[in-house]
Design a protein around this ligand. Structure first.
Ligand SMILES: CC(C)(COP(=O)(O)OP(=O)(O)OC[C@H]1O[C@@H](n2cnc3c(N)ncnc32)[C@H](O)[C@@H]1OP(=O)(O)O)[C@@H](O)C(=O)NCCC(=O)NCCS
Length: 139
């Protein structure tokens, strides 16, 4: 099941975030700011039977992906793909993302979805370059 973020979800989201981005997790304030700015584009994937949050995505209405993460125990089950499909639907097939150069898993994930590499941004992150990928609408 997919639904919008609510304030009560914060603690669970922070747990997924810390495990997914141990070096540079977003803090509480960042999540709340995104939720306030773009409430329709902060989505959660929940396990139907338990209401447990298994993944989340934050994007801008133009399709710029801000963050996506899936609970470690539930990866490789199509949850990330399901969340990304919501973005593509909302943004009419426009999507762009910056990915850490070392994050080859995420690059494979986006490639499988139909993204192609547009270029790179040196030192986009404090300690690393970013690969910029866009969704190829011809696919
Ligand atoms: C990237 C991420 C969101 C993918 O979520 P997911 O739910 O596991 O992805 P899916 O199950 O939808 O995978 C779709 C495809 O992506 C690719 N993929 C996903 N995980 C992969 C892995 N560990 N190794 C290789 N390919 C992988 C595969 O092609 C997969 O299709 P397949 O399972 O049929 O082979 C998840 O790994 C994650 O939370 N990573 C940590 C946070 C992160 O890096 N976010 C991206 C920041 S830009």
């Amino acid at each position: 099941m997919i639904r919008k973020f609510e304030r009560k979800d914060l603690k669970e989201i922070l747990g997924i975030e810390k495990k997914s981005f141990p070096k540079t997790p977003y803090d509480e304030l960042i999540f709340l700011q995104y939720a306030e700015r773009h409430p329709d584009s902060f989505l959660l994937y929940l396990e139907e039977s338990s209401d447990k949050i298994l993944g989340y995505i934050i994007f801008q209405p133009d399709g710029h992906i801000i963050s996506i993460a899936v609970n470690l125990m539930h990866r490789r089950r199509g949850i990330g793909t399901r969340l990304m499909k919501e973005v593509l639907k909302a943004s009419y097939g426009n999507a762009l993302v910056e990915v850490r150069k070392s994050n080859t898993i995420a690059q494979k994930f986006y490639k499988k979805l139909g993204f192609i590499q547009l270029g790179s941004i040196p030192w986009f992150y404090e300690d690393e370059d970013a690969i910029v990928m866009i969704y190829d609408r011809r696919k």
